[in-house]
Design a protein around this ligand. Structure first.
Ligand code: KIV
Ligand code: NA
Length: 265
């Protein structure tokens, strides 16, 4: 199968074809999503929440994420794999962003990186793209800044919509190949998508973005409890796994497992 390249994503935008993106953090999910035709997989710093059990994405480190990135890149044949730069690994300077991204490319075998922030991070994005590293931006609600943004809140309402457009244009100008917009009013996301030549990827940003992304454990219902408004559950994996574990436990306790066909003689 043909590998997905960043220019294919731009061509899909030009043709008006919406494309899906999912997070992935390990081999089996990466293989399944690759085979399902998901063109872009993100090894998100959301691994902090959905793999490592932290409450925010702030504690997760480059050392935590690198092995997950390598597991995913080793497992795909077609999908473009984007490595998320964790909090504190790029904000200091364009040089720090380059140093960290080089690690994700060389040690993680990533195909691209993603970082959070608008205009202020244009020099960082430019340093990476100049070095040959494709960069995905991320604006609107940026979870690494949740303490500064006052928690999970929609960004870009009213006048702030113009700021968001300026951020998106600056990232495009700096060479980003795509930009994620998280928790942005649908009308603002639609306008930004129209103004940009690079594809926008929405999460809680309405139906008019060029692409849509979800965290896979949210999409597949592995995460329990109340999900954010922008999540749609396409399966009940928590229910399926819970049922399997309970049945296994009951059969061991009841002496039904293992049956004769599972034993060696
Ligand atoms: O870390 C992540 O999963 C993300 C996506 C939700 C865009 O940044
Ligand atoms: Na992220």
């Amino acid at each position: 199968p043909k590998k997905v390249r960043v220019h294919h994503l731009r061509e899909m935008k030009e043709r008006g074809e919406a494309w899906p993106m999912l997070t992935a953090y390990d081999m089996y999910t990466a293989q399944i999503f690759d085979e399902a035709g998901i063109p872009v997989l993100l090894v998100g710093d959301s691994a902090a929440n959905s793999v490592y059990g932290y409450e925010t994405s702030i504690p997760v480190t480059v050392e935590d994420l690198l092995p997950l990135v390598r597991a995913v890149t080793r497992s795909v044949s077609r999908s473009l794999v984007v490595a998320d730069l964790p909090f504190g690994s790029y904000q200091l300077s364009p040089e720090q962003a380059l140093e960290t991204s080089v690690r994700f490319m060389k040690e993680g075998l990533a195909h691209a990186v993603k970082l959070e922030g608008g205009r202020k991070f244009a020099p960082h994005v430019e340093a990476l793209t100049s070095a040959g590293i494709p960069v995905m931006g991320h604006i609107g609600f940026t979870p690494q800044s949740e303490h500064n943004l006052g928690g999970y809140r929609v960004q870009g309402r009213g006048e702030a919509g113009h700021e968001l457009l300026a951020d998106a244009l600056a990232l495009q100008e700096a060479g980003a190949f795509s930009v994620v917009m998280e928790m942005v009013p649908a009308e603002v996301a639609k306008q930004i998508t129209h103004e940009l030549t690079i594809p926008t990827v929405g999460i809680g940003a309405g139906p008019d973005c060029d692409a849509q992304v979800l965290v896979w454990q949210d999409m597949a219902g592995l995460r329990r409890g109340k999900a954010p408004r922008f999540v749609k559950r396409y399966a009940d994996m928590a229910g399926v796994l819970s049922e399997a574990a309970s049945t296994f436990a009951a059969e061991v306790r009841g002496g039904e497992f293992p049956a004769p066909e599972h034993a060696f003689h």
